[in-house]
Design a protein around this ligand. Structure first.
Ligand SMILES: [Mg+2]
Length: 279
């Protein structure tokens, strides 16, 4: 059976928002099945976190990458140089049309200045809060920067605790689902929790399930997906829902594996017998 491993990137192959480690690159090199990646982030953000260190630490094979929440398909060939070529893409702005897109952005801007969503001290907004990522829009109430320093990391950590104890993001999610209901109904808009601090706003089907359907079309029969956010509202949940609805009679199969860190991903790869012995 032609099997592929499919990985989320952030907190599945890397520490949260940190570059992939050399030891993890060596693990990927030892896989005895082909691997592909499906990530929420877009290419510019993932260059430093994943692609460049992967190449620099000596990875020299080919794989496919489904970025911007899975909707944009790249073929990566690292056998000589670091070649990353777009195979197919999708643009949420074109899909929604200009006036709907503007309504979406205005709604996000109005939401973040509402008194009930102001972040208490010492939390602060660092960097931009709304980022267009071709196939989707990422909305991060605490902001986002390309490279996190100690202050940003502490702010992130404090936010994650605050969010867990108060349900902050869930309240914003409920508010957005209400305000954006025309786009949800008429344009297949879908809002999910992105990573630990943000929201991914994309289009139904133009998500990580695009990676699974494309890999099936490329001839893979069994796909094992590893991700840290398969839970309800998480940015890997679309794949879990897809797997749950997949007919058991199909000759193709999709399995999902929840991990809580890249270290747990390594343990799971051993359990699946996906790793060759180290040389
Ligand atoms: Mg993740």
């Amino acid at each position: 059976m032609k099997t592929a491993a499919l990985f989320d990137i952030d907190n599945t192959l890397t520490p949260p928002r940190q570059p992939i480690t050399e030891s993890m690159v060596k693990i990927l090199d030892r896989l005895c099945v082909p691997f592909h990646v499906a990530a929420g982030s877009h290419l510019p953000l993932l260059m430093q976190q994943f692609f460049e260190p992967l190449y620099q630490f000596g990875y020299r094979k080919q794989f496919d990458a489904f970025l911007s929440n899975g909707a944009i398909h790249y073929r990566c060939d690292f056998s000589v140089d670091m070649s990353i070529e777009v195979i197919s893409s999708f643009n949420i702005r074109d899909h929604l049309g200009e006036s709907n897109y503007r309504f979406l952005i205005e709604t996000l801007k109005k939401t973040q200045i509402l008194p009930e969503f102001q972040l208490p001290s010492p939390l602060k907004v660092i960097g931009g809060t709304i980022v267009f990522r071709d196939s989707m829009v990422n909305f991060a109430p605490i902001g986002r920067v390309q490279q996190e320093d100690a202050e940003v990391q502490l702010n992130r950590k404090n936010f994650v605790e605050y969010d867990h104890s108060t349900g902050y993001r869930q309240r914003i999610m409920d508010h957005l689902n209400n305000k954006l209901s025309p786009l949800i109904k008429n344009n297949d808009l879908k809002i999910t929790l992105g990573g630990q601090t943000s929201f991914d706003i994309g289009i139904l089907g133009k998500d990580k399930t695009n990676a699974v359907t494309t890999l099936f079309n490329l001839g893979f029969e069994r796909i094992v997906f590893f991700g840290d956010a398969l839970f309800e509202g998480g940015n890997d949940a679309a794949i879990r829902e897809f797997a749950e609805a997949w007919p058991s009679t199909s000759p193709q199969s999709i399995e999902t594996v929840q991990v809580d860190s890249y270290k747990e991903t390594i343990e799971k790869l051993y359990e699946f017998n996906f790793l060759k012995e180290p040389i």
